[in-house]
Unconditional design. Structure first.
Length: 86
């Protein structure tokens, strides 16, 4: 009886492995194209986190937009600019 359970388990695991290898893979870019929600991401210059334009806190410096993950990173960026300016 135990052998039968072990063989059944091994067959089931083998089936799952083979079916996962033969199934077509879903790509992330394909999903965003299907939904029409392709978004642009930008790297936060302070902490390095990637953030989408929709969720970003935007700061401007000399007409150029900078994208931040939070208001705290925006404030740190401003403080760094204050310390580096003459």
């Amino acid at each position: 009886m135990t052998r039968l359970l072990i063989w059944g388990l091994l067959i089931y695991i083998g089936y799952r492995i083979i079916s996962s290898l033969t199934r077509p893979k879903k790509s992330v870019t394909g999903q965003t194209r299907e939904r029409g929600e392709a978004t642009t991401t930008h790297r936060d210059p302070v902490c390095g986190v990637y953030v989408s334009e929709e969720d970003a806190v935007i700061g401007r410096l000399e007409g150029q937009r900078h994208f931040f993950c939070s208001h705290a990173c925006l404030e740190k960026f401003r403080e760094q600019l204050d310390h580096t300016s003459p």
